[in-house]
Design a protein around this ligand. Structure first.
Ligand code: GDP
Ligand code: MG
Length: 277
């Protein structure tokens, strides 16, 4: 059976930025990589659009051109011909959150049901409503939206919930609706999360223990990684701009710390190498 993997995460999880940085590697170093990538030309138009933002170090804006509903990248390992179909079903970005209020489009439901592998990105780590409130000014009331008409059932409002809870609800749905053989959990914006001597798994365990335990309980074969697809926070552009532009020219501005590896690597394909087997 063909191995099918999708990339998921809440809005702002870092999905688009990771794909843009991955596309940079594929474009520039495609032939040297252990993995070979093929995709259809419509998809590359959009990939090039987000890559333009990435390479010029600008926040990736909503697309002006029509965005494909989903992008499929076929991945093949050179050494043994192992193949993986990598689906990115949510380029618009808001869909996975719809799992929470039960409005997930059927197309994505079926992506999930057909997949046996997943790359899941998590950006902000917080375990108290206070953290989320301070950072995002989420309204402090409960997460039930009662603004609907009287006879309609109240809706669970994800935007009023803790991010850790949202992640758990999304992951719970995925665990229940797909037979996941392998899962790679990525902490994005690793440049701002990394802590001296700590692996991504240790950072998640320490900063979001409930979410960490939930993941370990629901997914048997699971690896953790930290990824900085931008290389640094764009707010620091004035300070670090020149250094990062130089790095961008050498194509090693983005980096990843995979599993228990000590040193960061520019090879953002590592999670895919893990998932392809
Ligand atoms: N510091 C830092 N910020 C990042 C990184 N990757 C993404 N971000 C920021 O995180 C936010 C969400 O990223 P995006 O890729 O649009 O997430 P998506 O909604 O899951 O597609 C944006 O403001 C990005 O600038 C990174 O490697 N480092
Ligand atoms: Mg996005």
């Amino acid at each position: 059976m063909e191995k099918k993997c999708f990339i998921a995460g809440l809005p702002d999880a870092g999905k688009t930025t990771y794909i843009a940085a991955l596309w940079d590697i594929i474009k520039r170093r495609g032939t040297e990589l252990e993995l070979q990538f093929t995709m259809n030309p419509d998809d590359t138009t959009y990939l090039n659009e987000i890559w333009d933002y990435w390479v010029s170090m600008k926040k990736i804006e909503r697309s002006k051109t029509p965005v494909p509903d989903d992008i499929i990248i076929n991945v093949k390992r050179k050494t043994d011909g192992e193949e993986l179909s990598l689906d990115i079903p949510d380029f618009m970005g808001e869909q996975f959150q719809k799992i929470i209020d039960h409005t997930l489009p059927e197309s994505i439901q079926s992506w999930i049901a057909q997949s046996d592998r997943m790359l899941f990105l998590i950006n902000k780590l917080s375990d108290s409503l206070k953290d989320d409130l301070e950072d995002e000014a989420i309204p402090a009331d409960d997460a039930i939206d009662r603004t609907k008409e009287k006879d309609e059932a109240p809706r669970l409002a994800p935007e009023k919930m803790l991010l850790a809870s949202q992640n758990m609800m999304v992951l719970k749905y995925i665990a229940n609706h797909a037979k996941m053989k392998k899962v790679a959990i990525g902490l994005s914006a690793w440049d701002v999360k990394m802590a001296e001597g700590k692996s991504p798994e240790e950072v998640l365990k320490q900063r979001s223990p409930v979410l960490y335990n939930f993941i370990k309980y629901h997914f048997n074969e699971c690896v953790f990684f930290g990824v900085s697809a931008q290389g640094f926070d764009y707010k620091e552009l004035a300070e670090k701009g020149a250094e990062m532009r130089q790095k961008a020219r050498n194509s090693d501005r983005a980096f990843i710390v995979f599993d228990k590896e000590k040193d960061p690597s520019p090879d953002l394909t590592k999670p895919l190498n893990y998932l392809v087997l």
